[in-house]
Structure formats: structure tokens, C-alpha cells
Design a protein around this ligand. Structure first.
Ligand code: FES
Length: 107
């Protein structure tokens, strides 16, 4: 058990409880921070797009080819862009900071 810090589209920070084995998208969703996540983890949309804090980017598993393909089509792609459903949380990521991208907007 740990926590991650999520900055939402209103620039508000949420510190949310994180459980090992869940994806970062699921953790955000379970904490009721709005995130669209249309395909809910199938790596076929980009509505779970987040920007990982630069301090953390090299501490998480790199993108898979599948994730790269989806992110290629993402709006406002950045070097620290990730699909949050493809980041599996473990306790080494306690304190991870991510910022939601525009595509996660729910309405
Ligand atoms: S929820 Fe669709 S790619 Fe992550």
C-alpha cells in the first residue's frame, strides 16, 4: 500500500491510496478522480493519457510497442506521456506523481 499524487484538469492535486497490482488508471478511477478511460485498460484508446513527473519517468517500466502506437495518435504527446492503464503500480512507485492530459476529460 502506498499513494500516488494526481493533478487533475483543474490543476488540483489529489493524494490517493495506491494498491499493488492495480494500474495507475484503476487507482485514479477508484479514487473518484475523473478519468475517462474508455477502453478501461485494453490499450486501445488514449483517454487515460497522463504526463509522468520527470523525476519518475525513468523509474517506471518503459512503454510497450502497443502503448507507443496508441500514444502516436494522442493529442499533445510529450516525452513523459504514458497511458496510465499500462503502468502497473508496485510499492517502488509510492509517491509517483502524474498529471492528467486533456483527453481524460469525462464530459
Ligand atoms: S484506458 Fe484505454 S488505453 Fe488506457
Amino acid at each position: 500500500m502506498g499513494e500516488i499524487i494526481v493533478t487533475d484538469l483543474k490543476n488540483e492535486k489529489h493524494t490517493v491510496e495506491a494498491t499493488e497490482g492495480l494500474s495507475v488508471m484503476e487507482i485514479i478511477y477508484d479514487a473518484n478522480v475523473p478519468i475517462k478511460a474508455t477502453c478501461f485498460g485494453c490499450c486501445s484508446c488514449s483517454t487515460c493519457h497522463v504526463y509522468v513527473d520527470p523525476e519518475w519517468i525513468n523509474r517506471i517500466e518503459p512503454r510497450s510497442e502497443e502503448e507507443e502506437e496508441i500514444l502516436d495518435m494522442a493529442v499533445d504527446f510529450r516525452d513523459n506521456s504514458r497511458l496510465s492503464c499500462q503502468i502497473l503500480y508496485n510499492n517502488d512507485l509510492n509517491g509517483l506523481q502524474v498529471t492528467l492530459a486533456e483527453e481524460t476529460k469525462t464530459d
